[in-house]
Design a protein around this ligand. Structure first.
Ligand code: DHB
Ligand code: FE
Length: 280
């Protein structure tokens, strides 16, 4: 049987991708951020997942105001890299795992989560920056990736509780997949940030660190945070953190914190990163 062994959460700031792609990771502004991921890169290179489910949001790259799925899963063999307006990032295309992706669709839909099936999808910084942070700059990504795209752009976005419950349904789906596979799940985006308006640049270290603490200690408390609290406390884009709750819901109740990193700021964003491992 397949099983989810660990969850990885990380911010997905596009400027981090640009710093990697233009060889600026050793500049004083960027160096401490990349140093924060060094041990995580070593950890994942050692742990070698057979596939990763990456929960991310599309930033009007593949989807637009025309079609806005709440939850969408990439079922294709391969996903292209989106051109977000300054050319596509020079990173390899992302290879999918259609068999496991379709199995997750079947299991979660039968569990009453009506996920959108996507057979053609270009992935943007929301997915590629976390891959770069964890896997560096390989010729090809080290394992298949299943993109799970969440609408956190256009109101109404899913609640944290709905995300957490979807995570549980994904765990059940993976555990009923009839192949021995070691799966990891990424939750991306966040932490506190606001990109526009009068409060642009808002960062809330206290909220972010409490959120990191509670991912291990009290995830149920996180599922009760209403949208308006994310908005007020973490800025308009802080709502991306609901995606971390899909990752958390897919893990066991009892997890071990393997790594944690928090850095302010990168671009307009608080960079948060945590790795949680199931104990069993
Ligand atoms: C920034 C952060 C994001 O999460 C994003 O999607 C776009 C921009 C930023 O801080 O610049
Ligand atoms: Fe984002």
């Amino acid at each position: 049987m397949a099983r989810i062994v660990a969850g990885i959460a990380t911010s997905h700031v596009p400027a981090i991708g640009a710093a990697i792609d233009s060889g600026r990771t050793q500049e004083p502004y960027w160096k401490p951020i990349f140093e924060g991921y060094e041990r995580s890169k070593e950890w994942i290179a050692r742990e070698k997942p057979d596939a990763c489910i990456v929960v991310y949001n599309d930033h009007a790259s593949t989807f637009s105001l025309d079609i806005i799925p709440t939850f969408a899963i990439g079922c294709a063999d391969e996903f292209g890299i989106a051109d977000e307006g300054w050319g596509r990032r020079p990173v390899p295309n992302v290879k999918g795992h259609p068999e496991l992706a379709w199995h997750i669709v079947q299991s979660t839909v039968l569990d009453e989560f009506d996920i959108t099936i996507v057979n053609r999808l270009d992935v943007d910084h929301g997915l590629t920056v976390p891959l770069s942070l964890m896997f560096g700059q390989p010729e090809s990504w080290p394992c298949p990736i299943i993109p799970l795209c969440v609408n956190v752009i256009v109101y109404p976005v899913p609640t944290g509780h709905r995300c957490y419950m979807l995570g549980r349904a994904i765990r059940k789906a993976v555990e009923s997949f009839d192949k021995d596979m070691k799966i990891m799940i990424f939750g991306t985006g966040g932490m506190s940030h606001q990109l526009q308006g009068e409060r642009a640049g808002l960062i809330n270290k206290e909220f972010d660190n409490r959120f990191l603490d509670n991912l291990t200690k009290d995830p149920d408390a996180l599922t009760r945070i209403p949208h308006v609290e994310y908005l007020r406390e973490t800025g308009s884009e802080g709502i991306e953190m609901v995606m971390w709750l899909i990752m958390r819901g897919a893990l066991d109740e009892d997890v071990r914190e393997v790594r944690r990193f928090y850095h302010v700021p990168a671009s307009n964003c608080a960079v948060g990163h945590i790795i949680l491992e199931n104990r069993r």
